[in-house]
Write a protein that binds this ligand. Structure first.
Ligand code: IPE
Ligand code: IPE
Ligand code: MG
Length: 247
C-alpha cells in the first residue's frame, strides 16, 4: 500500500460483490457456500479499505431485484447479514467503523430493521471508515422514494416545484450526505450496474475485475486502487494536456 500516492486514494469506493454462486459452482459446492465465503471477503476488504485510507466503502449485499431468487437463497442471504452484524459489530465499533445502511428498510422484517438501526446507532460517532451496506437496495426504488418525498412536500406547500434541483433530489436519496463514489468496482467479470447507485455514479470511475467476490481481498483492492490512480477524471471540463517534452 505504501506505493500508493495518498492524494490519489478515492474517498468513496463502492463494490458490486458478484460471483459468489459461480465461485461455489466451480468447486462443485452449493451456492450457499459461496455466500458464506463472501462474508470472509467482506471482512478482509473492510480492513484493507480502512488501512488504505478510504473514507467510505459501500458494499452491494442484496438488490431490490434479488427477491427473484429462490426463497432458500434469500433466507440464506438474510441470515448471513444478521450473523455478520451480530458477530462483527463489536469489532467494527472498536475499529472506529461507522455503519450506514441504504435501501428500502420498510419492507424488511422488524427484527432485521431493529438490528440495522442498532448497528447504525452504536457506531454513529465513529470516524475511521464509513461502511455503507446496500441491502434491499435498488437505484430506481431509491429515486422513486426520493421523488415521492419531494412530491409530498410540494403538495403540503413546503417547497415549490422549482425548488427541485439535482441537489434537492440528492438530499432525499438514501445516500444523502455521503460523497458520490469515486470508484465503482464490480467483481466476477460482469460489466453492468444492475440498478446500483445509478444517480450517484454520474462521474464514478468504473472498474470490472475478473475475480469472483470470495477471491477478492487486500491484493485485488490495492491493484484496483493503483489502476484508479492512473485514471484521469474530467467531470465534463477540458483538462490541459500534459506539456510534451521539448515543447
Ligand atoms: C453475489 O453473488 C451475491 C449477491 C448478489 C447477493 P451471486 O449470488 O450473484 O453469484 P453469481 O453471480 O450467481 O455467481
Ligand atoms: C448485483 O448482482 C446485486 C448484488 C451484488 C447484491 P446480481 O448477481 O444480482 O446482478 P445480475 O442479476 O447478474 O445483474
Ligand atoms: Mg450475480
Amino acid at each position: 500500500m505504501s506505493k500508493l500516492n495518498s492524494r490519489a486514494i478515492p474517498e468513496h469506493v463502492a463494490i458490486i460483490m458478484d460471483g459468489n454462486g459461480r465461485w461455489a459452482n466451480a468447486r462443485g459446492l452449493p451456492r450457499a457456500f459461496g455466500h458464506r465465503k463472501g462474508v470472509e471477503a467482506v471482512r478482509t476488504t473492510v480492513k484493507a479499505a480502512a488501512e488504505a485510507g478510504i473514507g467510505v466503502l459501500t458494499l452491494f449485499a442484496f438488490s431490490s431485484e434479488n427477491w427473484r431468487r429462490p426463497e432458500t437463497e434469500i433466507t440464506d442471504l438474510f441470515g448471513l447479514l444478521k450473523a455478520f452484524i451480530r458477530r462483527d459489530l463489536a469489532e467494527l465499533h472498536r475499529e472506529g467503523v461507522k455503519i450506514r445502511v441504504i435501501g428500502d428498510r420498510f419492507s424488511l422484517k422488524e427484527d432485521l430493521r431493529v438490528l440495522l438501526q442498532e448497528a447504525e446507532e452504536t457506531t454513529r460517532g465513529n470516524s475511521a471508515l464509513t461502511l455503507v451496506i446496500a441491502f434491499n437496495y435498488g437505484s430506481r426504488d431509491e429515486i422513486a422514494r426520493a421523488v415521492q418525498s419531494l412530491a409530498q412536500d410540494v403538495a403540503a406547500g413546503l417547497i415549490a416545484p422549482s425548488d427541485i434541483d439535482a441537489a434537492a433530489i440528492g438530499a432525499r436519496l438514501d445516500t444523502a450526505g455521503l460523497p458520490d463514489p469515486d470508484l465503482i468496482i464490480r467483481t466476477s467479470g460482469e460489466e453492468r450496474l444492475s440498478n446500483f447507485l445509478m444517480w450517484q455514479a454520474a462521474y464514478s470511475e468504473l472498474m470490472f475485475v475478473p475475480e469472483y467476490w470470495p477471491d477478492f481481498g487486500r491484493d485485488t483492492l490495492v491493484a484496483a486502487l493503483e489502476r484508479y490512480a492512473t485514471r484521469e477524471r474530467r467531470f465534463g471540463a477540458v483538462v490541459a494536456p500534459a506539456v510534451a517534452a521539448g515543447t
